[in-house]
Design a protein around this ligand. Structure first.
Ligand SMILES: CC(C)(COP(=O)(O)OP(=O)(O)OC[C@H]1O[C@@H](n2cnc3c(N)ncnc32)[C@H](O)[C@@H]1O)[C@@H](O)C(=O)NCCC(=O)NCCS
Ligand SMILES: Nc1ncnc2c1ncn2[C@@H]1O[C@H](COP(=O)(O)OP(=O)(O)OP(=O)(O)O)[C@@H](O)[C@H]1O
Length: 395
């Protein structure tokens, strides 16, 4: 099952996007709808609200007077927190039930306004944010739903900021334009990313090798890596001693292939095997076979690791699961930190990569590129070790 978290500020267009995804076949779980169900007449949820806020939040027919409660909740932070404390656990329990019921090959879209506020991003395979300028959103809510402008603005003030949403967004859909524009983006997202992502995840399919196109440094790589690392940490739980962004994309200014390298540190490779299933289910598919870090690795196993591929076709990730006992674990961190501290080496390494990528793009070989690059890296390790001694570096 692929879990997609869909969020955005009030009036941004979540329901519009969700409806289109459902037309394509997604299973929708609508948090606002569940939040209504758990406070319907006769529910414990409604009784608790009345105990907390008084009978004045009830309409004449005994149902919740939503406008009355909204007036309290969106003008007073304390009241909103008490409301959330009553409603959110019930919504969470019902959501878990519905998720558990979805088919193994489902693409589940969870339409949830407070995804960012609840710190829930790492529990989804992909987070999709719909956004529109605040004034556009307010205008739409006032015109199409008759919501008083002040009510819309109070709710916006009670929600996450655009910057907080940006930090967790794997996909950002700008819905400031016409509906057709955003719907076309949703159609492409479904076909090009969500459908193959789900298949890769379910079939545990490794990503096919790609030709080594080296790109200029992208300053969004660290935040993209942080999102993936948050998922890795959540999936690995206490087995994770630490998880780091390593490799070329972790070095500011360094040209690199657009593949994020991550290192999950575990005590032993038995632990790596124990979390393989959880990592695979979280979107980092375990690669079968024997993986080791050194071309001349002997039979002693010290260079052995476990290897996982990110299943998201839109965000290539390599996850190296290593024991802190092995030498490669330390070298990965050393190499990164040495380069970060030595711009001259970054420039030299960039040059080597560009030259090799160009040479091997012509003959299409991935292996040749990797092998030749390794020669520069091996020589770099000697200089990095000298640097570590000089500076007192520790991992
Ligand atoms: C206060 C209530 C009764 C007002 O009902 P109303 O029919 O006017 O709004 P509705 O529930 O349709 O929500 C509309 C939008 O308001 C925003 N919103 C609702 N609750 C909250 C909240 N607690 N914090 C911030 N924004 C909220 C969301 O963007 C949501 O999509 C209702 O919103 C509620 O019970 N909220 C608490 C539950 C909740 O947090 N729901 C959000 C998803 S779990
Ligand atoms: N691109 C668009 N152009 C014009 N109107 C739009 C567009 N997208 C959505 N709308 C309208 O704006 C309003 C808000 O959109 P929608 O209900 O999809 O937002 P939402 O994020 O689900 O809102 P809520 O936070 O209240 O659940 C709706 O009336 C919708 O029909």
């Amino acid at each position: 099952m692929l879990r997609v978290g869909l969020t955005g500020g009030i009036g941004a267009g979540k329901s519009t996007v969700a409806a289109r995804l459902a037309e394509h076949g997604a299973v929708l779980i609508d948090a606002d709808r569940i939040a209504r169900e758990v406070v319907e007449p006769g529910t414990e949820g409604l009784a608790e609200l009345v105990a907390e806020f008084g009978a004045e939040i009830l309409a004449a027919d005994g149902s919740l007077d939503r406008a009355a409660l909204a007036a309290r909740a969106f003008s007073d932070d304390g009241a909103r927190q008490r409301l959330n404390a009553i409603v959110h656990p019930r919504v969470g329990a019902r959501t878990a039930e519905l998720m558990a019921r979805a088919a193994a090959d489902a693409i589940v879209v969870h339409d949830i306004p407070l995804l960012v506020e609840g710190g829930l991003a790492p529990s989804y395979h992909l987070v999709l944010i719909v956004d529109a300028d605040e004034d556009v959103r307010v205008k739409r809510l006032v015109e199409s739903r008759g919501m008083p402008e002040q009510d819309a603005r109070n709710r916006i003030a009670a929600q996450a900021s655009t910057a907080q949403r940006r930090a967790v967004a794997d996909v950002w859909l700008d819905n400031s334009g016409t509906r057709d524009v955003v719907l076309a983006q949703v159609d492409a997202l479904w076909a090009d990313r969500l459908v193959p992502f789900e298949a890769n995840l379910r079939l545990r399919k490794p990503r096919p090798p790609r030709s080594p196109v080296v790109r200029p440094y992208d300053d969004t790589w660290p935040v993209q890596a942080e999102r993936a690392l948050a998922r890795v940490r959540l999936a690995a739980g206490e087995t994770a001693l630490r998880a780091d962004h390593i490799g070329s994309t972790a070095v500011p200014g360094l040209a690199a292939k657009d593949v994020l390298d991550l290192q999950l540190t575990v005590s032993t490779l038995d632990d790596a095997d124990a979390v393989a299933g959880a990592l695979s289910a979280a979107g980092f598919v375990r690669a079968e076979g024997h993986w080791y870090d050194h071309p001349q690795a002997g039979g002693d196993g010290v260079w052995d690791k476990r290897f996982h591929f990110g299943a998201d076709p839109g965000r290539p990730v390599n996850l190296h699961v290593r024991s802190a006992e092995g030498p490669a674990w330390r070298l990965a961190l050393l190499f990164r930190d040495w380069l970060r501290d030595n711009p001259g080496e970054v420039a030299a390494y960039t040059e080597v990569k560009r030259r090799l990528a160009k040479a091997h793009a012509d003959d299409g070989s991935v292996e040749g590129y990797t092998e030749e690059k390794q020669a520069w890296v091996d020589a770099g390790f000697t200089r990095a070790e000298q640097w570590a001694r000089r500076t007192g570096w520790t991992p």
